[in-house]
Design a protein around this ligand. Structure first.
Ligand code: RB5
Length: 147
C-alpha cells in the first residue's frame, strides 16, 4: 500500500513521526508532499491539494493530512471531487470514518492530537472496511452534490 501525506507548519513534527511509523512499523510506502520546515509559515490549502490530487489521479488510494487543528486542511481537501476527508480526534471517529464514510483521507491536528492516539487512529482507519449498503446511497448523494 502507498499513502500520500502532507501538512502545514502547524503539524510538521507530528507528520514526521507518523511517516516514520508508517514506514518502519507498518511497512507502508509513503509519498511526503511537505511541508519540510516547521519554521516557515505556509498555507494549508496548498498542501490539501497535493494529496487530494494524488487520490484523484489514482496514484494512491488513501492520504493523510494535518494542520494545526486539522480544520482548515479538511475543509480545503473536501473541495476536491471524490475526496472524503475526515477530521478525527479519537479511534471511534477514525473507525466510523472508514466504516460509514469510506474516508479516503484521514485528517488530524498537530496541535490537538498526540502521537500515540494518532498512531491508533491510523491503524483503525486503515484496518476498518467500508460497510457500503445504506452508506453507499448516502455517498452517492454526495457525488450528486459534487456534480
Ligand atoms: C496555522 O497557524 C493554522 O491556522 C492551521 O494550521 C490550521 O490550524 C487551520 O485550520
Amino acid at each position: 500500500m502507498k499513502i500520500a501525506i502532507a501538512s502545514d507548519h502547524g503539524a510538521f513534527e507530528l507528520k514526521q513521526k507518523i511517516i516514520k511509523y508508517l514506514i518502519r512499523k507498518k511497512n507502508i510506502e509513503v509519498l511526503d508532499f511537505g511541508t519540510d520546515d516547521e519554521n516557515i509559515s505556509v498555507d494549508y490549502a496548498d498542501y490539501a491539494g497535493k494529496v487530494a490530487k494524488q487520490i484523484m489521479n489514482k496514484n494512491v488510494e488513501k492520504g493523510i493530512l494535518l494542520c494545526g487543528t486539522g480544520i482548515g486542511i479538511s475543509i480545503a481537501a473536501n473541495k476536491y471531487k471524490g475526496i472524503r476527508a475526515a477530521l478525527c480526534h479519537n479511534t471511534y471517529t477514525a473507525r466510523m470514518s472508514s466504516l460509514h464514510n469510506d474516508a479516503n483521507i484521514l485528517v488530524f491536528g498537530g496541535r490537538i492530537t498526540g502521537i500515540e492516539i494518532a498512531k491508533e487512529m491510523v491503524n483503525v482507519w486503515l484496518s476498518t472496511k467500508y460497510e457500503s449498503g445504506r452508506h453507499q446511497r448516502r455517498i452517492n448523494k454526495i457525488h450528486k452534490i459534487e456534480k
